[in-house]
Design a protein around this ligand. Sequence first.
Ligand code: CA
Length: 504
Amino acid sequence: MPRLFLLLLTIATATAGEAKRPNIVVFFSDDHTTQSISAYGDARKLLKTPGIDRIAKEGMRFDRCLVTNSICGPSRATVLTGTYAHINGFWNNTNSRFDASQATFPKLLQGAGYQTAIIGKWHLGSDPTGFDHWQILPGQGIYYNPPMIRNGEKIKIDGYVSEIITDETVKWLGTRDRSKPFLLMCQHKAPHREWEPALRHLNFDNDRIYEEPANLFDDYANRGPGVKDQDMSLEVTMTERDLKLVPPKSLTSEQRKEWDAYYEPRNAAFRAANLSGKALTKWKYQRYLHDYLACVKSVDESVATVLEQLDREGLADDTIVIYASDQGFFLGEHGWFDKRWIFEESLRTPFVVRWPGVAKAGSTNDRIVSLLDVAQTLLDVAGVAAPERMQGRSLVPLLKGQTPADWRTAFFYQYVEYPSPHRVRPHEGVITDRYKLVRYFGVGADHYDLFDRTSDPAEMRSVYGDPAYAAAQQELGADLARLKQELKVPAELPPTVFGNQPLK
Ligand code: CA
């Protein structure tokens, strides 16, 4: 009898423990910036995003979630491992491959009894590990009729990529093992370049003219040479494919008809106008915004659909829902598209969390948090110890509305992929609430820029060397050295980390 009693007690305890562990749904999109999310108070009022806004309204919006490195693969490796590139080994998109043997939060959750699934973009070279179910796009993936790999098997599903990822996510929810808590990662390709919209969204904005950012025609004055020789401008870098002057090859003939019906008359008018100079850049900006925002719309609809499915399944109260992107993006600020920079538009990423009964509905948090913190946060949520090597911090206290007194006030950033693509110089820096100290290295002589975001929120003027900022400059320099030491950043980086082309 006592043995049976003990056994029953053990089962009851395990069941009670199990019930306390919430499910976790992570929406992770690609290159989706806060300037195109209405919950973030987008100044240009570019797009209404009711799906993502619902998470913010029912949970907490983090206003300063920063990335360790504003580029796809490295940022994804950081999310999974809770470490910087010099620890997880994934430095750039050019020649890095994710070492799947290392500790990741999905693997640890799986080991602790979670059922784990990932559907959508992966983009880390090696196959996913730590997932009971995985269905990913190979490489970057394509927008129309994308090939996918499901648990190692190649498949192809016709349709639009965001809708396929949504359908497969909803489908997985219906077939999961209901006896276990789950981690479900719904990872969108959109709105990554080349920003190809769902055909049903092509006319979504009725040829609206979008407000331009004040620095669309940035001349890169008042800063060091680091910002000048990049190759990521609307003016110079955008291709015919980016601008939809040529169609993608993956469309079926039926899809191609719909594509042509929208783009061809507009492209004919563009060619007839024979634009040049600023007028041409302005046209590119409008075309870019139309396409990018249409892609965001498909992601936002996905969020709304999956949230509704959680409601239908009665899961909403027991499920943490996170929406984030792998980094931000430029929507014409500084004349740019793309990401990579330590500047706000690409450094900051959306991060909203719904956790019923814990995170207060409609709350906001302006502390410096990071995608580096995701792994430790979700392990904390599940009561799983985080490995020593992880370099972030659990956001659980912040979600409860209690910011620890020793929360970080300075954050380290490092970008290295150079020169291809986009010729953004390797740079690193330290970010505080007010300042940003940037060190450019590896190309020509090292140089520094310093930005005061209080007086210069658009980061147009470096005050490095200005005597008025001498004390701040010294303090930030000390912060940078301290953070590099604490995070064990190597003083010299091996040449391979920059990509497949040697530094000049
Ligand atoms: Ca990305």
